[in-house]
Design a protein. Structure first.
Length: 141
């Protein structure tokens, strides 16, 4: 992972071969003491775990995708759990060689070539707390 600070609160983050998206962004947030940020990105990857949340069952249905994929869109945010650890909440849209797109909640994604991610830091803390109704760690507002 490489990065460059642009103007106030803006970072250009470049992930490289075999970098894992979520863990890399968590590490970046720890290193820069980021408690709230928005993320947007594109790139290419080869190994993904995606989820779709069932509101009926209150849990994620997960799928594992292996192959060459374009990261058409990566978007989400970085917040902080009650224990102070960074939380990356990201959704992703992937396209395969058939040009069909698949998307969902990103649990894990391994880069095959690169990912170019813009991180826009907020001055606010995006605290996440587990909510019993959904069983999810959601923004505490």
């Amino acid at each position: 992972m490489r990065y460059e600070r642009l103007e106030d609160g803006f970072y250009r983050v470049k992930l490289e071969y075999k970098d894992e998206i979520i863990e890399s962004l968590k590490s970046f947030a720890r290193e820069h003491n980021i408690k709230g940020a928005f993320i947007q990105g594109i790139g290419a990857g080869e190994d993904f775990e995606l989820g779709w949340f069932s509101t009926e069952k209150r849990e994620y249905k997960r799928t594992h995708l292996v192959g060459d994929f374009e990261i058409v869109s990566l978007s989400g945010n970085i917040g902080v759990a009650e224990n102070g650890e960074p939380v990356v909440h990201a959704h992703i849209c992937l396209a395969g060689e058939d040009y069909e797109c698949l998307g969902g909640h990103l649990f894990r994604g391994v880069i095959s070539v690169t990912a170019e991610i813009l991180v826009v830091e907020s001055q606010s803390k995006f605290l996440r707390k587990k909510e019993p109704e959904s069983n999810l760690q959601l923004w505490h507002i």
